[in-house]
Write a protein that binds this ligand. Structure first.
Ligand SMILES: NC(=O)C1=CN([C@@H]2O[C@H](COP(=O)(O)OP(=O)(O)OC[C@H]3O[C@@H](n4cnc5c(N)ncnc54)[C@H](O)[C@@H]3O)[C@@H](O)[C@H]2O)[C@@H](O)CC1
Ligand SMILES: Nc1ncnc2c1ncn2[C@@H]1O[C@H](COP(=O)(O)OP(=O)(O)OP(=O)(O)O)[C@@H](O)[C@H]1O
Ligand SMILES: [Mg+2]
Length: 344
């Protein structure tokens, strides 16, 4: 994996007059850069290997800890149609290393999700008339909220999700917004705009919808870096992961590229795995403190970790299953993938 200083690299590229070649070089594996800026950037010591920064935030396993310390994650999602997505996110959070994983879903979905796993705590409240206060009671006991996997797009549920986001913001809770949560944000960006303790994780379609809503023009597909940077800026410097062949991650200042090897298999649910793992890594990155992440943005560090892990799970599962690989196969790989990337 390669991490480049944008300034040094810009200078090299400019003098050679071959910006395209420079970008290709930097994108070999992963890039940490400050694009579209000719102003001086911080020195190269900032540009430490980002994998190392992810490793630094992983909490040690010790006998002195109590249940919950390594992460209590809440997933807002799960409705009649979609029960797999919140399950994938919640179980991944546990497999990555969180201690407790809660799912707040509709009544219809709750028994189904419980039947997938005895490890999840499932609250059938999302279509309850008092959904917001029912979830609010739990917020002080959670470290991160992941909002949207399998939530559906019914107006009443979206209204509840909006209320829950407002409560979470008032408590300063880190929030990951994915899937139908992003549908809501594309309709009403102000709900999350400027709240820098949030990460948005759009796929191609979700990114296009957000971009058009915020910037009133179609995405410039030939300029992926610029697009993700501009969208993050328009959202008030919220961290955005644009998922795809390469994952682009931006906080409106820097752009990281994760092109860790995955596979060509695109079964549904991989984004849910990413969202659940990000929930845990965000908690760890925020807890670790500035020194451990070399004063980098903890949201970028966590996002890079979650993207690499998802792609590594995909790679390993594909090696075993080939075309028959499903997201459940990827979840079986979380432990070894995590170990290979971050603990060896
Ligand atoms: N097992 C489950 O319960 C699953 C439920 N899911 C849920 O399904 C709901 C809808 O999510 P979607 O992601 O389908 O919704 P979107 O409306 O964002 O996506 C619509 C369609 O865009 C297409 N698309 C994606 N990437 C594309 C690309 N690069 N170029 C062109 N088209 C592209 C996909 O085929 C998808 O069907 C969400 O609640 C989500 O969480 C998914 O997470 C998948 C798994
Ligand atoms: N073309 C691709 N090549 C390699 N990896 C990809 C490709 N597209 C997406 N990914 C990876 O798959 C993961 C999920 O991205 P994807 O775009 O499938 O999300 P999604 O559509 O939200 O998934 P879900 O089905 O869970 O809703 C990300 O880690 C991303 O890096
Ligand atoms: Mg998705």
């Amino acid at each position: 994996m390669v991490v480049c200083s944008s300034m040094a690299a810009w200078a090299a590229a400019a003098s050679a007059g071959v910006l395209a070649a420079f970008l290709l070089f930097c994108l070999q594996e992963a890039v940490l850069e400050r694009p579209f800026s000719l102003r001086p950037t911080r020195p190269a010591k900032d540009m430490d290997n980002i994998f190392q920064l992810v490793r630094n935030v992983i909490p040690p396993l010790t006998s002195k800890k109590h249940k919950g310390q390594d992460g209590k994650i809440g997933i807002i999602g799960g409705c009649k149609e979609y029960t797999g997505a919140p399950y994938f996110a919640a179980i991944t959070a546990l497999k990555v290393g969180a201690d407790l994983s809660h799912v707040f879903c509709t009544k219809d979905a709750a028994t189904v999700i419980k039947s997938y796993s005895p490890e999840l705590i499932v609250h059938p409240v999302l279509d309850h008339p008092n959904a917001v206060s029912e979830v609010d009671k739990w917020l002080p006991r959670l470290h991160t909220l992941v909002i949207g996997p399998g939530m559906g797009r019914e107006d009443a549920i979206l209204d509840n999700a909006k209320g829950i986001i407002e409560k979470a913001k008032s408590k300063g809770l880190p929030i990951v917004i994915d899937a139908d949560g992003l549908w809501l944000i594309a309709q009403q960006p102000a709900i999350i705009q400027g709240y820098q303790r949030a990460v948005l994780t759009p796929n191609f379609m979700e990114f296009s919808r957000l971009y058009e809503a915020l910037l009133s023009e179609p995405v410039e597909t030939s300029d992926q870096h610029g697009s993700v940077l501009r969208l993050s800026q328009a959202m008030g410097n919220i961290t955005i992961i644009q998922k795809g062949e390469r994952d682009l991650i931006s906080d409106g200042d820097k752009v990281l590229v994760c092109s860790h090897e995955g596979s060509s298999r695109r079964c549904g649910g991989q984004g849910d795995l990413l969202a659940g793992s990000l929930g845990v890594l965000l908690h760890w990155a925020l807890l670790a403190g500035h020194e451990k992440i070399n004063a980098q943005n903890p949201f970028l560090v966590a996002a890079f970790g979650a993207c690499s892990l998802t792609r590594q799970c995909n790679h390993q599962a594909f090696q075993k299953c080939g075309r028959s690989m499903t997201t459940s196969d990827m979840i079986s790989e979380v432990g070894t993938a995590f170990n290979k990337l971050f603990e060896t």
